[in-house]
Ligand binder design. Structure first.
Ligand code: OAD
Length: 240
């Protein structure tokens, strides 16, 4: 699978992974687009914008509670685990659009969460932030200051956490290999990360059963799932 770029992988000083919902699909977490995607039967404008939240915080929280339950019950799959294992052989950074925390649970130590985390909550008014793994008894949950709490995730129309994004750009622009795994690359600004990598003449590898809008820019496209192909990528290092 990776023979044609084995040398680039083995000699890379920094390997950056850009991941999306597809990498968690084999853990039983649905993707957003495609035939079983969450956005097929749910309108993101009614569930994942700040206006939707203020229109109906209970509805948005109920949707997030369902997702929290599913995500907390899920386990990292062979794809997440392979990326974590790769740290034994190389300098690995994960830039993920996922909010499920599965990279960290698999053991990856350098993960930047571009779209926040479903484990985290924050107050809509005061500075309160926390990590909560239990369910909330009241919907919507309230802060001790009396205002509504919200999931600490990035919704459509909101900016990414600036410190996280700045760091992500620096890593993308200084990597030798970028592996783009399980993302449709349709959501901005995360989908500009391969452009930063290309400016550094990095080798771009895409892992996705389907073509993406950036397939033509890739040095290698693997048409397979991440749980199958990422362990193969790690095996390139075990052969040396
Ligand atoms: P998408 O649902 O847009 O894309 C998932 C991609 O994963 C598709 O290209 C699939 O072909 C691919 N895929 C599916 N199963 C796979 C598997 N087992 N192995 C590898 N690839 C697989 O998800 P994202 O690109 O993550 O944002 O979407 C980006 C953002 O859009 C999300 O973070 C979310 C969403 O709206 C917000 O909510 C702000």
């Amino acid at each position: 699978m990776f023979n044609s770029i084995a040398k680039q992988l083995q000699e890379a000083k920094k390997i950056v992974f850009v991941t999306g919902a597809g990498i968690s699909q084999e853990s039983g977490i649905p993707t957003f687009r495609g035939k079983d995607g969450l956005w097929r039967n749910n309108d993101p404008m009614k569930l994942a914008t700040i206006d939707a939240f203020y229109d109906d915080p209970k509805l948005v929280w109920e949707w997030y509670s369902e997702r929290r339950e599913n995500i907390f019950a899920a386990e990292p799959n062979l794809g997440h685990k392979a990326i974590a294992e790769l740290e034994k052989f190389s300098n690995v950074i994960v830039l993920t659009q996922n909010i499920d925390g599965l990279h960290q649970r698999a053991g990856s130590s350098k993960v930047l969460e571009l779209h926040g985390s479903i484990i985290k909550i924050k107050c809509t008014v005061c500075d309160y932030k926390d990590e909560v793994l239990t369910e909330f008894s009241d919907m919507p949950p309230l802060c001790t200051c009396g205002n509504i709490l919200r999931p600490d995730v990035v919704w459509f129309g909101e900016g990414l956490p600036q410190d996280v994004w700045q760091e992500a750009i620096v890593h993308a622009n200084s990597c030798d290999v970028m592996v783009i795994a399980g993302t449709s690359l349709v959501v901005s600004p995360a989908n500009t990360l391969p452009i930063y990598a290309k400016q550094n003449k990095a080798t771009l590898i895409e892992i996705n059963p389907d073509e993406t809008i950036m397939t033509a820019d890739m040095d290698l496209s693997i048409r397979s799932t991440t749980a199958i192909s990422l362990p193969e990528l790690v095996s390139v290092f075990k052969k040396t």
